[in-house]
Design a protein around this ligand. Structure first.
Ligand SMILES: [Zn+2]
Ligand SMILES: [Zn+2]
Length: 651
């Protein structure tokens, strides 16, 4: 074995001795920026030694991989602080998540938000003390013995359940503290300069509600104080823009325990919902979709055919069959064979749409057939995951199913991608990101069919000149899909739309069409939604805009504010004129100061505030103040209405 290795560093080849530390081949990079390295594309500690020829790249503090290393190391730092401050607390797992990390502890009493400053202060001390972080490898048996002696029963369980007998176990030491961990980590604690603990929550061990409740602490960490402050500012903004809070202030919707997870849309919220649906309807006319209305309740036998009974019934609201005449009439049978009786509320539109397809004989000339539906969908989400409008039990989707021939797939995907771009740019989202989710391990059909289908989806994106990432193995079991994400004003990313290819349902429901040759062929089915759940989309839109919706979507577009009692009748008349022109207008003729009325209208996010006093009444003019900061301007009534007509309307 040669004692010399050939190493490529940032594209440059050089020769180093076997056993050289990764850190040494990366000299020249300021140490505070360098937190780890990629050796043959795998992120490792800087202290690792090189044992074979390799490609080495630096992992800098502010790169995505670098941030992961910093965040996970900060989770360790937090666990160290916690165990010093609260002896007897056991550690469990502490992964990195989007924008931060958490660690689940088993403390004697659950942590509260009041504990966080103390823990954070100790973390700062530990970071300053610059404890070296060292990787040690031990046998599995040794690791179990060590953690057992420390009273860490969760760690013992993790090793016993997840690590094979023969495997070496890595432990990271930090001063006199240690944790079971795969790593990698920063070289020492002084690399952790910018972190913040954010919140506490209860979490079940292994996410299973039958297990004991642990105490989870969330935090975040960045490469620099500036980046952390920037992020905290966005978090604060997100709090003030929380759609549940704005929804109440703007009188859009509310929830009541009488129907958990099902929103009550108030008149103003209903306007937003309907305007969005009308917008999609206008697009449907342009893109050749037909709207249908199908039942809410179906016999469970349909859900058995579609596969929902097998895979989804615990997320469905089920009902017995009132017409059954034996004692089973009043009971719901949720067993695997239970589909033979009873009804279910539809959680999705797809199975119902296969019946619409089958209602007539279809020929190749009828395809593509694009069926759209907006009716409500019920899903029995657990109460623990319900969250405002973003996770509900009753939703409306701009859902459509396209039945087409194999040779039409690419065009249909391309058309939908175009629609996605149309919708999101007109709704004020600057960027849309696309991913292609490919064949999962569990799948129907052959690999060859999958690769061909994936290629069609990729082509549809290339035709639209859309850059996309691959989301490996994340397709549905019945076909690949395109996932669409939008980053909002708070730099959060939402998955909104999907376009999925499905060979499965047409097969299960025996759908056919007559081909030009006269033979009976099977169509394919494309499931697509552009806004997705309209409820969830509204929550994203409210938080993205802070409630300042575009003029066409604003529930109250105009508010007429009177300066005094003398102009009351003019204000009321004016409101009537604006309504007659087709806009949503209200008047505020209360005997209050103008400043007060303006503040209220601003809180309600009314885009046009029309102020009228005696001079305006005499000249039949108005003084317009717009919500978005422009100065007030004097206009005639005709000019005002003309101005509203010029407000952009999508599609
Ligand atoms: Zn770890
Ligand atoms: Zn569907």
């Amino acid at each position: 074995m040669s004692s010399e290795l050939s190493v490529s560093v940032n594209g440059e080849r050089r020769t180093v001795a076997r056993g050289t530390r990764v850190r040494e081949v990366l000299n020249g990079i300021p140490s505070k920026d360098l937190v780890a390295a990629k050796v043959n594309e795998k992120v490792v500690d800087l202290s690792r030694t090189l044992e074979s020829d390799a490609t080495v790249q630096p992992v800098l503090a502010d790169s995505p991989e670098g941030l992961d290393v910093i965040r996970h190391s900060t989770a360790h730092l937090m666990a160290m602080a916690v165990q010093q401050l609260y002896p007897g607390t056991q550690v469990t797992i502490g992964p990195v998540i989007e924008d931060g990390f958490y660690y689940d502890f088993a403390p004697k009493t659950p942590f509260t938000i009041e504990d966080l400053p103390k823990i954070e202060a100790r973390m700062k001390e530990l970071a300053k003390a610059d404890h070296k972080i060292e990787r040690v490898e031990v046998t599995r048996a040794e690791a179990i013995k060590t953690f057992d002696a420390m009273g860490e029963k969760y760690k013992v369980q993790i090793i016993e359940e997840n690590i094979p007998e023969s495997e070496v176990v890595s432990i990271y030491k930090e001063g006199d503290w240690m944790d079971l961990c795969r790593g990698p980590h920063v070289p020492s604690t002084r690399y952790l300069r910018a972190f913040k603990l954010l919140s506490v929550a209860g979490a079940y061990w292994k996410g299973d509600e039958h297990n004991e409740m642990l105490s989870r602490i969330y935090g975040t960490a960045f490469a620099s104080k500036e980046a952390l402050d920037e992020h905290l500012k966005l978090l604060e903004l997100a709090r003030t823009r929380d759609h549940r809070k704005l929804g109440r202030e703007m009188q859009l919707f509310f929830f009541d325990p009488i129907s958990p997870g099902c929103p009550f849309f108030m008149p103003k919220g209903t306007i937003i919902l309907n305007e969005l649906l009308d917008y999609v309807r206008r697009l449907y006319r342009r893109y050749g979709y037909s709207e249908v209305v199908t039942p809410q309740v179906f016999r469970n036998s349909m859900f058995n055919t579609s596969g929902h009974w097998e895979n989804f019934r615990e997320n469905m609201f089920l009902s017995p069959d009132p017409e059954e005449d034996d004692e089973r009439a009043n009971t719901v049978d949720t067993s695997p064979e239970g589909w033979r009786r009873g009804y279910g509320l539809k959680p999705m539109n797809c199975p119902g749409h296969t019946f619409v397809y089958r209602a007539e004989k279809r020929s190749y000339r009828d395809l593509p057939l694009r069926l759209a539906e907006f009716t409500g969908l019920h899903r029995a989400e657990r109460s623990g995951v319900l969250h405002g409008l973003s996770r509900v039990r009753l939703m409306h989707q701009d859902d459509a199913h396209i039945f087409c021939r194999e040779d039409q797939i690419e065009d249909e995907f391309a058309g939908n991608i175009e629609m996605v771009r149309d919708v999101y740019s007109s709704l004020g989202f600057e960027k849309v990101e696309f991913k292609l989710a490919t064949m999962p391990d569990l799948h129907l059909g052959t690999e060859e069919q999958w690769r061909a289908a994936e290629e069609k989806l990729a082509n549809a994106m290339r035709r639209n000149e859309i850059p996309f990432e691959i989301n490996p193995k994340e397709g549905a079991f019945y076909g690949p899909k395109i996932e669409i994400y939008v980053p909002d004003a708070l730099k959060r990313k939402w998955q909104v739309a999907t376009i999925q290819l499905d060979y499965n349902l047409p097969e299960r429901f025996g759908l056919t069409y007559t081909a030009s040759s006269g033979a009976e062929e099977r169509p394919v089915m494309i499931h697509r939604a552009i806004l997705g759940s309209v409820e969830r989309f509204i929550s994203v839109l409210i938080e993205h805009t802070g409630g300042v919706l575009p003029f066409w979507l604003a529930p109250e577009q105009v508010r007429v504010l009177s300066l005094s009692e003398k102009v009351e009748s003019y204000a009321v008349e004016l409101t009537g004129l604006i309504r007659k022109a087709g806009y949503r207008a209200e008047s505020d003729i209360r005997n209050e100061k103008l400043g007060f009325k303006v503040r209220e209208a601003e809180l309600a996010k009314v885009p046009y505030m029309v102020v009228v006093g005696e001079r305006e009444a005499a000249d039949r003019t108005v003084s317009l103040r717009k919500l978005r900061g422009e100065k007030s301007q004097a206009l005639t009534v005709e000019n005002l209405i003309e101005m509203m007509r010029k407000e952009p309307l999508p599609a």
